[in-house]
Design a protein around this ligand. Sequence first.
Ligand code: FMN
Length: 333
Amino acid sequence: MKTAITELFGIEHPIIQGGMHFVGFAELAAAVSNAGGLGIITGLTQKTPELLAKEIARCRDMTDKPFGVNLTFLPTFAAPPYPEYIAAIVEGGIKAVETAGRSPEQYMPALKAAGIKVIHKCTSVRHSLKAERIGCDAVSVDGFECGGHPGEDDIPNMILLPRAAEELKIPFVASGGMADGRSLVAALSLGAAGMNMGTRFIATKEAPVHQNVKNALVAATELDTRLIMRALRNTERVLKNANVDRLLEIEREKGAKLSIDDIHDQVAGVYPKIMLDGQMDAGAWSCGMVAGLIHDIPSCKELVDRIMDEAEEIIRSRLMGFLDGTGAARKVA
Ligand SMILES: Cc1cc2nc3c(=O)[nH]c(=O)nc-3n(C[C@H](O)[C@H](O)[C@H](O)COP(=O)(O)O)c2cc1C
């Protein structure tokens, strides 16, 4: 399949693996890229720019296909040394960067000077248009369903994607709730040129996370995510567990007076405990509603091949069947 996104990033399939804290290590990025998608290393999971440079080199040893790096611009006072992280990305020969969080505007000249294609993750049309204005090459449009930070507008992809299509000139991928060939065809129908998946890629053989995390995703349903930190306007969609229940209790008690210190124990330093040690009640970790569509733990290649086969089958057979009159009796895939 060829779309503006496969052409932009030089990949075979229009499928991107979004940056994920303590998941997006070289093993996963390389596996996704080897499967024909665009794998992404999560920059800030590497504690220093030097460690990121090593992670890029490790990934390079595992694949000769293009892969990218995610740079998340956090709303923190003690900002990570972003220019040094960008230097590691440039020196590592990376040609695709997924930015997220605050606007990447001040770093665009450095990224563009190195010939890097920038895809910025946005949860609204207005942020997507800003990304276009500042020279981003593409946008990852992240609907309310998504795992992680869905923003504060609460617009699901059924509305957000066609709205983005109405306004954007640069290509975009659909992000949030994407899992299979049905998602890909729907995304293409709504105007996207591909899709970005987070949660689905965690439940793969190569994702270097504890087996408990993968099993939890298979066991979870679409009813099992919760929104936290709404009062802080830093909403995050996470998988429910004992400590998330406690966090929500604290949020109810504090109401609009909630401060980040009140929920420190439930959100700080949680990722290594969950992802590496498999302590599933340790605290809040990002997870999408798409968990309800995750029923197995395939390899990245099995997953990507299955998505592409299913998408082709839906387009050629199911959709064409409706047009030529043979599809009326056919069951949903
Ligand atoms: C465990 C986890 C960690 C994530 N960490 C980050 C991150 O550090 N930076 C970022 O830009 N997005 C992060 N995301 C968001 C994903 O890149 C992606 O946009 C999102 O998962 C898409 O929604 P989906 O989970 O429904 O596929 C994370 C998502 C998950 C599930």
